[in-house]
Design a protein around this ligand. Structure first.
Ligand SMILES: [Zn+2]
Ligand SMILES: [Zn+2]
Length: 246
């Protein structure tokens, strides 16, 4: 694993030998050595986008110590750059337990055909339309010849980057307006309860098919009418259509 160069100029920033300038993030040495395991950490917030993370072993020690690290339970900490943090955490996305893996497949078998049906109905409604979406109002407008035909309320699900080939949940994307990423946390809660790691890891390596799969969960759980896949710079923004107003 690439380690940061020493003597960063600012306590919040460091220079990573792989990524150059980055922000400081802290993980236990076990995660640094073997990232393909369950990560224990808070969800990212705008204030703390890369929260401290530790492994099962360190978490057991933490619980045994009563929920606070002491000298004996405190793990060895690695300081890494935020790019390394995201890459390492992304590697843990497939570490589902056999039970969770089976349940995940069952859900997909149910949700994907439902999504396909909704997409077909949606496609028929918006065929040949121009579109524009406005994060401020949370509205997606479809129009023909400059005349608005359909207005739909949307919730941002996440975005797929065709360059980094990653999926990023909207709840972890702080450039997305807060008003279009409030309901999506219900999908994360569902993932949390079932150990569905693709629903709870903020950013992970993905292909387009993965983006559609997690969107199928979102459409089902949010009772959405389908997905509008909006092209953005170097990728797609997946929007769940919550209600078509006209
Ligand atoms: Zn650990
Ligand atoms: Zn790095």
């Amino acid at each position: 694993m690439p380690m940061p160069d020493s003597s960063p100029e600012d306590h919040d920033d460091l220079h990573c030998s792989q990524h150059g300038a980055g922000h400081v993030a802290y993980i236990c040495e076990h995660l640094a050595n073997r990232p393909e395991q369950r990560w224990h950490c808070d969800y990212p917030t705008e204030e703390t986008p890369w929260p401290d993370a530790w492994c099962d072993t360190c978490d057991a020690a933490l619980q045994a110590a009563g929920g606070d690290w002491d000298d004996e339970s405190a793990p060895e900490i690695k300081i890494i750059c935020h790019h390394c943090y995201e890459e390492l955490q992304g590697k843990s996305v497939h570490c589902l337990t056999p039970e969770a893996h089976a349940a995940w497949s069952e859900c997909l078998e149910e949700y994907l055909p439902l999504l396909q049906g909704k997409q077909a109905r949606l496609a028929a409604k918006i065929k040949g339309c121009d579109w524009e979406y406005d994060q401020e109002t949370g509205l997606l407008t479809f129009s023909k010849n400059g005349k608005s035909l359909l207005v739909a309320e949307f919730e941002s699900v996440g975005s797929f980057s065709s360059v980094s080939r990653t999926w990023l949940w909207s709840w972890a994307n702080f450039t997305t307006f807060p008003n279009v990423r409030t309901r999506i946390t219900a999908v994360r809660d569902f993932g949390e309860a079932r150990d569905f790691l693709p629903l709870i890891i903020p950013k992970w390596p993905a292909e387009l098919v993965d983006a559609w799969e997690v969107s199928a969960f979102a459409v089902h759980l949010l009772h959405a009418e389908g997905i509008y896949r909006a092209p953005i710079h170097q990728g797609f923004h997946f929007l769940a259509i919550m209600s078509i107003q006209s």
